[in-house]
Design a protein around this ligand. Structure first.
Ligand code: GDP
Length: 355
């Protein structure tokens, strides 16, 4: 079935909206980003197609069968639109206004969406554009929190399969309490955590730290967690890491300097996490969001980096349910450092949150 509509002639209502837009008579909601589309703007031409889609998205939804629309995946979220991938093509999409009003959270990387596609031709250029009509229920969700005791959490990645929590043996040394928080954040959102101890080549120099790390890793394994040890300099554990990432969508977590970029570059030399993935539009000065970036792995799968996110949220975790993420605490077999970690996280959960 061909779901692609040629740019239809402007409807009466749309002409009216366009007219009101240029006459400066649109209300605040209609004007979202409007000033950036002003005639004096340098990006005026570039913004024109997005503006057309935005105006069209103001129309009420009138689609009989949403399930028959193409099902795409959100690969990048920008301030005014999102990139949706479908059958190898990228569509610049805006969200149907009527739908946006009904949703409590914004679209995030990894969301699966039903969309109406529109082929736009301007001069010799053909772009794929679309309007997002529905967002499928998220299978997993990773959130960020503004602070340790934050009440409000913001989803940042949807439908990822797992989270690779990277720590380094030294330089910087591991903060096990923060590892525990990341593990809970992953599991609470439905992602499978994998703990990766990098810079294992430093084990002679940092013998004491290594002895403790080995003990900690063995303890995590006893709770059912998957762990690996890697060294980029010694080429250690990299095949195992590659096998774990292949054909999966993996969120990368871990503090700056632990070696996330080096590990990814070692298994996929074309990728540099410090360079934002290329977008159809970001060369043209669009604003990218900084909370999640998705990189395709040539051997299958994708990794999602979350630069700038300091703290993940504990999605729907309550004071009562936290113990479910600490089976060792529940069984009273937790070593002191795990017990302390549990108590610190417990204290950070507001009493009435989500109850
Ligand atoms: P990121 O901030 O987590 O992406 O960390 P980077 O990949 O930028 O690495 C930070 C520093 O650690 C760089 O100087 C790397 O060369 C170094 N590094 C990365 N992996 C290893 C490793 O396995 N062993 C050692 N000794 N250094 C590493």
């Amino acid at each position: 079935m061909n779901h692609c509509m040629r740019s239809p002639k402007k409807s009466g209502r749309e002409k009216d909206l366009t007219g009101r837009y240029f006459a400066g008579k649109m209300n605040e909601d209609e004007m979202r980003g409007g000033e950036r589309f002003g005639g004096k703007s340098k990006n005026y031409q570039q913004n024109k197609t997005i503006r057309t889609a935005e105006l069209r998205a103001l129309e009420p939804q009138n689609i009989a069968d949403l399930d028959a629309l193409p099902l795409g995946e959100v690969v990048q979220v920008f301030s005014l639109f999102s990139e949706v991938q479908f059958e190898g093509k990228v569509f610049l999409c805006v969200v149907r206004k009527t739908m946006a009003k009904l949703r409590s959270t914004q679209l995030v990387v990894g969301d699966r969406v039903r969309f109406t596609s529109i082929e736009q031709t301007e001069g010799k250029d053909t772009h794929n554009e679309g309007i997002i009509e529905r967002i499928d229920e998220r299978q997993t969700v990773l959130t960020r929190a503004d602070s340790f005791k934050a009440l409000v959490q913001h989803p940042i990645v949807a439908n990822a399969k797992q989270m690779l929590v990277v720590v380094s043996l030294a330089l910087p040394t591991v903060k096990w309490g923060l590892v525990d928080r990341m593990i809970v954040a992953a599991e609470a959102g439905g992602l499978q955590p994998i703990l990766c101890l990098n810079k294992a080549d430093l084990k002679t120099e940092f013998a004491k730290e290594y002895a403790f790390a080995e003990e900690a890793l063995a303890h995590y394994r006893s709770t059912g967690l998957k762990t690996i040890e890697t060294s980029v300099t010694l080429n250690l554990g990299l095949d195992e890491l590659k096998a774990l990432l292949k054909d999966n969508v993996t969120v990368l977590a871990g503090h700056s300097g632990v070696g996330k970029s080096s590990l990814i570059r070692a298994i996929e030399p074309t990728l540099d996490l410090r360079v934002a993935p290329v977008s159809n539009y970001n060369q043209k000065g669009r604003h990218t969001t900084t909370s999640a970036r998705r990189y395709i792995l040539g051997f299958g799968g994708a990794v999602v980096d979350t630069p700038g996110v300091k703290l993940f949220g504990l999605w729907k975790v309550t004071r009562d349910s936290l113990v479910n993420y600490f089976p060792d605490v529940a069984a009273k077999t937790a070593p002191e450092w795990r017990q302390e970690s549990y108590e610190r996280i417990l204290e950070s959960i507001p009493e009435s949150d989500f109850e």
